[in-house]
Each structure stands twice: as structure tokens, then as C-alpha cells.
Design a protein around this ligand. Structure first.
Ligand code: IGP
Length: 263
């Protein structure tokens, strides 16, 4: 079984436990209440226009790298990202492989003013509603994990809650499926979630398949100002960076270095 299927299976059990504590009707009510108080689609707005935007990730561990941050002052990290000019923050909430927690997301969203993406393995509508209820402005939908009907219905539900959906693809067929599902933000993962192989060329190759009015985010394995420059040249709207920033002693300085010559 590949890791994605394994994570999805474990996630379904996790959500079933959550549901037993807090029913879907209550999470929906909380999500709708949160939607009334938040600016709709703030995530998309934050990525639009200007130079390439940075989505900076708060990630404690990953299946490919193991423990990334022994010391994990997640609120300080999120505040640093905001101070360094990040357009948005991505926060892992998956507990078993990424050592994430829902409270990291809710506390970060309450602490900073830039939008926060819930980075998790969404497998049902409960998780979309919970994302909003926790204070997220965006939710990740992974094409490799969801069929067309699920992609469409979760993207629509997100839309009804004013949440942006970052629809993640890794090849031509998945980009096509993302667009068919009505994605307004397509993320191309440079990392193959099955083999963990990282190749920036994947983003460069797939860029032209996404029309200019749809936001294009390049995700994973981005490590240098040179990488960013290459993606900029290909017309990428935003980059999603985790490990390189998480491991930096001075995250603000690292973000400035990655941004390089752009304004
Ligand atoms: O740490 P990196 O290589 O900079 O990658 C960040 C981000 O793209 C990665 O965490 C990610 C991309 N898609 C995902 C889906 C699930 C979990 C994690 C991810």
C-alpha cells in the first residue's frame, strides 16, 4: 500500500473519533458562524498580484524526513513568517506522520492576520467544515486522494464557507481533474507522494496547462533563490515552502534570501 492510501485510511479513523466527540451538525454550525466573521476567500486575495507570493509552512515532521523541528515554537514561527512578508501560512494538522495538531492551526489563525491554510489529508466534508471552524482560510484537496465527485463537492462546500481550496496535482491528468472540479487555486506538488522524489521540473512542465486567471502554486522541495527565480520565470503565482524555512536558524533572514532580487 502506498503511503498516501495509508495516511488516508488512518485519517478516516481519526475523523470518525472526532465525529463521535463533536457531531457534523455542530462542526457545520461552527463553520458557518466562522464564515460570517471572516473575509471570504482571503487566501486567494493574498496570493494575487505583484511578485511571486510565499506560503510558509509550519511543519514539525514529515514521512519523508522524519522529525524536522525538535524545538517547535509554532506561534513564534508563524509570527516570524508574517513579519518576513509571507502572504499566507500553511499549518499541518495531521498528527501521525507530520506531528501536527488542530490547536496549532486554531492558535496560529487567532494570532496572525494573514490567511492560514489547513494542511491535512481531507477525505470528507467533516474535515472541510472543521478547517473553517478552526479558523483556516483555505483547505488542501489532494487529487490523488479524491475522486472527481468528491473533489467537486468538497470544493463547492469550501466555497459556500468562504474557504479557498488549494487543489493539489502532480501530473497532467490531475491538473485537468483539478480544473474540471472548478479549482481557482491549483497547487502542483514537486514531490511525488508515492516515491518522495522531488523535481522542480514538474511545476515548470505543468504551468502552461493552468489558465492565467487561475492561481498556480508550486509546492515542495524549494530551497534556493535560484529555484524561486526559475519558478518566477515560468509565471508561477506562489510557492509553498516548508522544510527549508523550518530548519533555518533565522527564518526571517532565510525568507529574505529566498525572495532574492524580486520586489
Ligand atoms: O517541506 P517542503 O519540501 O518545502 O514542502 C512543503 C509542502 O509543499 C509539503 O509539506 C506538502 C505538499 N503537499 C502536501 C500534502 C500533504 C502534506 C504535506 C505536503
Amino acid at each position: 500500500m502506498n503511503i498516501l492510501a495509508e495516511i488516508a485510511g488512518r485519517t478516516k479513523l481519526r475523523v470518525a473519533e472526532e465525529k463521535a466527540r463533536l457531531p457534523l451538525s455542530e462542526v457545520k454550525r461552527r463553520a458557518e458562524a466562522a464564515a460570517k466573521e471572516c473575509e471570504p476567500f482571503a487566501f486567494e486575495r493574498a496570493l494575487k498580484g505583484g511578485d511571486i507570493s510565499f506560503i510558509c509552512e509550519v511543519k514539525r515532521a514529515s514521512p519523508s524526513k522524519g522529525l524536522i523541528a525538535a524545538d517547535f515554537p509554532y506561534l513564534d514561527i508563524a509570527r516570524d513568517y508574517q513579519a518576513a512578508g509571507a502572504a499566507a501560512v500553511s499549518c499541518l494538522t495531521e498528527p501521525y506522520w507530520f506531528k501536527g495538531e488542530d490547536r496549532y492551526l486554531s492558535e496560529i489563525a487567532a494570532e496572525i492576520s494573514i490567511p492560514v491554510l489547513r494542511k491535512d489529508f481531507v477525505v470528507n466534508e467533516y474535515m472541510v467544515c472543521a478547517a473553517r471552524a478552526l479558523g483556516a482560510s483555505a483547505v488542501l484537496l489532494i487529487c490523488a486522494l479524491l475522486d472527481d465527485a468528491q473533489l467537486r463537492s468538497f470544493a463547492q462546500l469550501a466555497g459556500e464557507l468562504g474557504l479557498s481550496a488549494l487543489v493539489e496535482a502532480h501530473d497532467e491528468a490531475e491538473v485537468e481533474r483539478a480544473l474540471l472540479a472548478g479549482a481557482r487555486v491549483v497547487g502542483v506538488n514537486n514531490r511525488d507522494l508515492r516515491s518522495f522524489q522531488v523535481d522542480m521540473e514538474v511545476s515548470c512542465r505543468l504551468r502552461s496547462l493552468v489558465p492565467p486567471e487561475i492561481l498556480f502554486v508550486s509546492e515542495s522541495g524549494i530551497e534556493s533563490a535560484g529555484d524561486i527565480e526559475r519558478l518566477r520565470r515560468h509565471g508561477v503565482d506562489a510557492v509553498l515552502i516548508g522544510e527549508k524555512l523550518m530548519r533555518a536558524a533565522d527564518r526571517r533572514a532565510m525568507l529574505a534570501e529566498l525572495r532574492g532580487g524580486g520586489q
